[in-house]
Design a protein around this ligand. Sequence first.
Ligand SMILES: Cc1cc2nc3c(=O)[nH]c(=O)nc-3n(C[C@H](O)[C@H](O)[C@H](O)COP(=O)(O)OP(=O)(O)OC[C@H]3O[C@@H](n4cnc5c(N)ncnc54)[C@H](O)[C@@H]3O)c2cc1C
Length: 387
Amino acid sequence: MQKMARETPVLIAGAGPSGLTLASELCRLGVRAMVIDRQASGVNTSRAAVIHARTLELLEPLGVTEQLIGEGVIVPRFRVRDRDRVLISIDFRTIPSAYPFTLMCPQNRTESILQQRLEGVGGCVWRPAELIRFDSNGSRVNTEIRYGESRSSVSAEWLVGCDGMHSVVRTQAKIPFVGSEYEESFVLADVRMDWPVSREEVSLFFSAEGLIVVAPLPEDRFRIVAMADVAPENPDRAYMQSLLDRRGPSSATGRIREVVWSSRFHIHHRVAEIPRKGRILLCGDAAHVHSPAGGQGMNLGIQDSVALAGALAQTLIDGDEARLDRWARDRHRVATGVVSLTDRLTRMATLKSTAGRLFRNAGIAMAGRLPHLRSALANRLAELDTR
Ligand SMILES: Cc1cc2nc3c(=O)[nH]c(=O)nc-3n(C[C@H](O)[C@H](O)[C@H](O)COP(=O)(O)OP(=O)(O)OC[C@H]3O[C@@H](n4cnc5c(N)ncnc54)[C@H](O)[C@@H]3O)c2cc1C
């Protein structure tokens, strides 16, 4: 095993989409960051699949946007339906971006494209390397890392926690993770199926039984995500089919032929009180988690990282930390907005009373007749309102 360096300007814990983006951007800007991940390579799964226009714009300088588009499915439309009835149709073709669509690409593909890019700009990920503990003395952060069978000490000017929802960095820095959890679980499955709706649409179905989302994926697959009170660990074909039958279109339902991958997860809506504490910074799920409604999660993390890379690279040159405080305030504000949007979407989607659902559907259908509102929603979902 290659020996780890003892010092680095920036140590990044976690090589998910947030950590890989941050490391690549820093390398591109001339900062040789060190990125570690406790997992061996190649074990990541499909998970987040939506990439929004703003993320594609921000990844342009890194040179990965074209490849992502080449490997993903371009989807120009997002529709909210109550079973067979379309309540609102949001058309991304109207958004002011060079990428007037949403892109569907499994997270493991996105990560592998980002990792290739990191290697292309001279970086690498140290695996399996787990951050165990750290202490910060004001001018440096001294860390202990379990690397394979051995332990290494690495001293960094800055430590960035891109280590996901259960972040060791956030926990040990004692940064409160404010919010709570949903009672329901989410199930998700990548399937092959006969589906009556166009592959140019992400469909979000409201129903008395709860939410189900169907979106196209590459290789003739579809992603199904649904809320469930009690969810099996690996939902099978029969389970997913029964959800689709009870919540999806009732006139011509889909027929699942094969479940390629499935999982369940329990979600929280939480935001770190502040993503900076001295020399400790947080990006991605370490700083915020929320419902997957609207497909915002991974996008938000990638955007945290692109913004942080610019601020950190400059601070390493001139020592002006005020821009890191500005970054922290901006990203906290954006995360709070996204968490509140996805929470509203989730609560609306899970209304159970008939009166509540009728009222909701009438409200959404009315909003759907107002073009400026549809276009504002498209901009918001595409995350263009944070430019
Ligand atoms: C089953 C599942 C399904 C999901 N589906 C969706 C979806 O449909 N839509 C959506 O928007 N989002 C979804 N998400 C959330 C989405 O995957 C996350 O928002 C996204 O992965 C966040 O990226 P990240 O880089 O911030 O963190 P992560 O992807 O969680 O990456 C964190 C990395 O840090 C590493 N790590 C952790 N601790 C340490 C340590 N101490 N030392 C070193 N490395 C460490 C981990 O191994 C991991 O590679 C899903 C999540 C799960 C679990």
